[in-house]
Design a protein around this ligand. Sequence first.
Ligand SMILES: *Cc1c(COP(=O)(O)O)cnc(C)c1O
Length: 398
Amino acid sequence: MSRLAISGGRPVRDKYLPYGKQWIDEEDIKAVTDTLKSDYLTTGPKVKELEEKIADYVGSKYAVAVSNGTAALHAACFAAGIKEGDEVITTPLTFAASANCILYQGGIPVFADIDPETYNIDVKEVEKKITQKTRAIIPVDYTGQAVDLDPILELAEKYNLIVIEDAAHALGTEYKGKKVGSISHMTEFSLHPVKHITTGEGGVITTDNEEYYKKLMLFRTHGITREKDLLFNKEEGPWYYEQLELGYNYRITDIQCALGISQLNKLDKFIQRRRELVKKYDEYLSQIDGVIIPCEAEYSNSSWHLYVIQIELEKFRVGRKEIFEALKAENIGVNVHYIPVYYHPYYQKLGYKKGICPVAERLYERIITLPLFPRMTDTDLEDVVEAVEKVLTYYRKD
Ligand SMILES: *Cc1c(COP(=O)(O)O)cnc(C)c1O
């Protein structure tokens, strides 16, 4: 058996392989430099063009582009009317932003446990958490797998709740043949470089609802409008604008949107490559004892942001930490998505106790994210598999 790199052996790879990475080509660079030479740096024609193209791509009526995915979630909570004391149900197995956006509005995040197969929020658990104060649900399409939206929307209908889907992982994902972004009341996407396409920093909210759309547009720019039909005083003069709400400066720039438009042209190619890589991972890793590969529900066609494996810890002499460190030493960019949100000291200080979502907590102990990005080669993927095999073989109980 070859010596692990962590014990001084030769690593599987000489060069570190990151877990995710953007793919920027000459076309992207030209799109950005062309915009730099244009009349607009911030809000201009490229913002509108990106919004129209994303709405068109997902099949929604409206899209609003903002400075990042977190701002998009915040704007959606504002548009949904979340205010002091309102409860909003979300999953603990997500990036903190999915819950922070509730706190920004003075709301109370309520965590509902996940399904042990799909790792997405469990609809039965959501229903158990609904109270008189519940106003919205923020389900997350974890790793890109569509959350089971139909039963969530049924619950929303029954209890008069708004569904804000956090699809930061799921641009291009389909739920029962329909693109995510066209189904929930509002859907948020992130355009951060590790996500499917990037604008450096960026986020988008899609919706079919005109009232939400208007609120999102206001919120993005200080709550200020120049639109005649929204003004209280319509006769003041052509210089005139009014602040109608307390908004923020969450604008995205034309420079960024030029990049986003160019990236969007390549989205389907990127997704196709991610799906190819996942198929290969599934084939190789399902043969390694002690690895549970991700399961995809029949209603979901994932665009695969992350590839997360579960380690059957009972079969090994060491814990997830040692396995993780050993993989890293082999120059594999492993990661963990996510630390349950309420484990963070900030949430602990707010009074959330460990133990409230046992399925997510158990899963957290056992997961490792493996590298996945469209520019990864087959050889890169084979290196990852070799490293997983090498490390797990070394640590497996006899
Ligand atoms: C990336 C991400 C966000 C936030 O996106 P930013 O663009 O980084 O602000 C929100 N939710 C989830 C699940 C994410 O992965």
